[in-house]
Design a protein around this ligand. Structure first.
Ligand code: UDP
Ligand code: MG
Length: 312
């Protein structure tokens, strides 16, 4: 029988883990009639007692394993860590908060058996999320698709099943600041989508803070697009062109028309605009440079602090 691995990143989800386990116990029991199952909880360095709880949950279930990372690294890194140690012929990743119904995996397995290497569960609908969040998230995926070479599900997806070869590819190409969805899309292979309703969070609060989201945004763009740099060159070119035209205008006014332009104000405008543009360009360059530095340091993406049931 084939083995399916579930990888579930958890950051301070202790209060809801029993709910997750109740649901998984039922589902895994049913699924095991068709395939072998392992579930790896990846504790992203929680501070709410998840570690002890996971030890206990693991000792009560033969299908359950866990890894604890040495520092909070974000769910993308946590998922890659789980993928690194999973043994499945195919692997699924999904959130711990039951927003992504595990039962959908049955449908994904059907797609996998049809020959698809990646099956994305795409959010057809999102419950319990504000309109502004949905707007910004849709904009993010649209920008990602139009500005980079990758084709990601337009409404976003954070739940997928991948074949072994994709899992290996993912672990190999993770780099130092992985953007999971973009990376999987970029890997290629045969990909497909199935729609699902993303439920409301069943317990606790979202662990994706605004700063984490902004970082993920920068990682995705810097990781997969040179367009921001190109755009900066274009802006620089236009600004320089305007500057030269204005200089010509000033010279003509002085020597041809004989009406010199006086201009503390206009001087300030020009200096401020050019200064601002230069800072902006340096900032964009810095984003690329910084990631380059990060990559060349070759620090490990994650370290394992504790584990049960896996062989690190
Ligand atoms: N998560 C994580 N590390 C983090 C933030 C989140 O492992 O630093 C996990 C979290 O426990 C959950 C999943 O990633 O299982 C998705 O996060 P969450 O539900 O908080 O995000 P949202 O659904 O609001 O996008
Ligand atoms: Mg969630």
């Amino acid at each position: 029988m084939k083995l399916i691995s579930f990888v579930i990143p958890c950051y301070n989800e202790a209060e809801g883990l029993h709910l997750l386990m109740e649901r998984l116990d039922l589902f895994v029991n049913r699924l095991r009639e068709k395939v072998n199952v392992e579930v790896i909880l990846v504790d992203d360095h929680s501070t709410d007692g998840s570690q002890a709880l996971m030890h206990r949950l693991c000792s009560e279930r033969d299908y359950l394993k866990f890894i604890r990372l040495s520092r909070n690294s974000g769910s993308h890194v946590a998922i890659i860590a789980g993928m690194r140690y999973c043994k499945g012929d195919a692997a699924v990743f999904l959130a711990a908060d039951l927003q992504d119904p595990p039962e959908l995996v049955e449908e994904m397995i059907v797609k996998w058996e049809e020959g698809y290497d990646v099956t994305w569960a795409v959010r057809a609908e999102r419950r319990g999320v504000s309109r502004t969040s949905v707007f910004f998230s849709n904009m993010f995926y649209r920008l990602l698709n139009s500005m980079t070479e990758i084709h990601f599900p337009k409404k976003g997806a954070d739940y997928a099943l991948m074949d072994r070869k994709v899992v290996d590819g993912l672990v190999q190409s993770a780099g130092s600041k992985p953007s999971l969805g973009a990376l999987i899309s970029w890997l290629g292979f045969k990909q497909t989508e199935i729609p699902y309703v993303k439920e409301e969070r069943k317990f606790g609060r979202s662990k994706w803070t605004l700063s984490k989201k902004l970082n993920a945004f920068a990682d995705a763009f810097v990781g997969f697009s040179y367009l921001p740099m190109r755009f900066m060159s274009l802006v620089g070119f236009i600004a320089a062109f305007c500057g030269f035209s204005y200089a010509l205008f000033v010279v003509v006014m002085r020597f041809v028309v004989g009406h010199p332009i006086e201009g503390w104000a206009s001087l300030m405008v020009v200096i401020l605009i050019i200064g601002g543009l230069q800072m902006l360009m340096l900032g964009v360059l810095g984003e690329y440079l910084w990631r380059n530095l990060e990559e060349s340091r070759k620090r490990p993406l994650f370290l394992i602090e504790d584990h049960k049931g896996i062989e690190p």
